[in-house]
Design a protein around this ligand. Sequence first.
Ligand code: TRP
Length: 348
Amino acid sequence: MGTLRILSGMRPTGKLHLGHYTGALENWVEQQNLLDENGSRVYETCFLIADYHNLTTSLDTGEIYTHTIDMLIDWLAAGVDPEKSPVFRQSQVKEHAELFLIFSMLITSSRLERNPTLKEQVRDLNMESLVYGHLGYPVLQAADILLYKGNVVPVGEDQIPHVEITREIARKFNNHYSHPVVGEVFPEPEPKITKFSRLVGLDGKAKMSKSLGNTIFLSDTPDEVQKKMRNAVTDTQKIRKNDPGRPEICTVFSYHEKFTGGEDLACIEAGCRSGSLGCVDCKKLCAENISKELAPLIEKRRYYETNLDLVKNILIEGENKAREIAGHTMQEVRSAMQLGETSFSRNY
Ligand code: TRP
């Protein structure tokens, strides 16, 4: 069998933060660069900018291009390699809309109303009513994944229900239609979750999220990281420097777990518990380690920011490649469904 394909995507919300990095981006880059024992890539990778999906919650498109470029620069800075992974906007590959339409016939509205991710969103955003397209969010996502015949979908936990719906749609299509040569047109994709898929916000209350204002951006300078870290929530019972703390409930320690290496981590844990390490020093160290990891990203970001034509070309090329793959899949779909047939067995 050929190489497995990974398809993942993000909505263009502008500059990315550490939560995007640990929850998705870092994992994308790892899979992109993963080699087997023969030195061949394990996965083909495609990364999508879900600009149509943005419309489900906001009709304002004025900033969408800026947000797209800001996000794309973060992808590139974090190691997404456009030579290996085409990057493209959903809206620039018309097959997304086409397959979405067909898929919308393969799933009931009651199934979509039961989508837990949607219910959570309705509750969190206090939405009183839904637009029709928002109900269909996972159907469009299924089209995103299956147009590229994605086998593996690296996503955060909240997206698992969408991958499950994608599998159901693929199954339904394959049960109903068969291509004369390839047989089953679609694979049933598997989700792949990262270990650090939920990074808590600096306020310690929820996940890191731009709308909650509790983020560290990938583009934050060391000074900005230090400043933000000073306000991070720790163990509220550790009031004085020498009070013993509880790392297991401390936001800053959860960042150390990700950004501070083995032995140092053990020292920090012991120091916090015994009270020999105060929060101020602990935070300083944490901020330093985060900035150490971000330093190469910031440097690469600067390079792309001063070479914006390069970024635009990367997008154009990615979209050309995506159109080629998507066009091919749509031909198979039409052929399996006998849509647009021109040779008839009867005398029409
Ligand atoms: N719904 C995803 C999110 O909000 C973004 C997305 C759109 C996506 N299409 C996709 C993710 C296809 C994986 C595969 O995070």
